[in-house]
Design a protein around this ligand. Sequence first.
Ligand code: ADP
Length: 273
Amino acid sequence: MSITINEHRQKITQAKRIVIKIGTSSLLYPNGKINLEAIDELAFVLTDLENQGKEVLLVSSGAIGAGLHKLQLPTRPTSIPEQQAVAAVGQAELMNIYNQRFVTYGQNIAQVLLTRDVIEYPESRQNVVNTLEQLLKMHIIPIVNENDTVAVDELDHETKFGDNDQLSAIVALLVKADVLIMLSDIDGFYDANPNKNPHATLFREVHEINPQLMEVAGGSGSRFGTGGMRSKLEAAQRLMKKHQSMVLARGKHPRIIKKILTGEAIGTLFTEK
Ligand code: ADP
């Protein structure tokens, strides 16, 4: 007997350990300025979940965007050292803004910056897991990002995760999260890119990522985001392989996280049958 959508959603209501991924497009306005309302709402919701006794981790993009804003640069520089310098400025700026908002609600946060080589080497991976577990035990919300200031793709030394969609799935795997909630600039995964096809319909539930679905995921759609829909499907695939679940939903109003966790049929749920 197949399980209905509601039963799958029901399982999400039991989630204790939750990873939230938020994309740059939810944190910054299209003009490049900081979306304070979204960040404040995110801090409120995550703190409230923590107060309910849940364990919350945040994977946040936005360092380069915040750096461009801080340095008053109209466009992303092209050279890697310049981009990494902007990310170094922006990461501090972003954490400063997060800290201001979380302090308002009495919640402690921590910054965890990762590179792929750290995760691939078993001993350092275990250290990352130990740190994240310890932070959760101390009721501190880890805010994870790729260490953009040092991560580079070189033939003999690959240290990049690719993008934060992959990073968030890896974090969810590392801590064996009950669910990854991926917040994007779109309501979920559609049977065609809704920005190009007004008749596209939303998939409420996906149980398997196949090449046909990859095909309708197209390329990246936003000014800052590097991932695109394909990368979100790859992240979902990573999790489903390990019997974990992901919900993809719009992040403009982070209160949506609460609705997802009460089992409302919001966004696209990626889960095993
Ligand atoms: P974010 O920066 O919020 O993580 P991305 O730009 O990486 O978002 O990915 C979301 C974008 O993917 C959407 O805005 C849309 O333009 C594009 N996209 C391509 N194909 C699809 C699809 N089948 N369903 C939904 N969005 C799609």
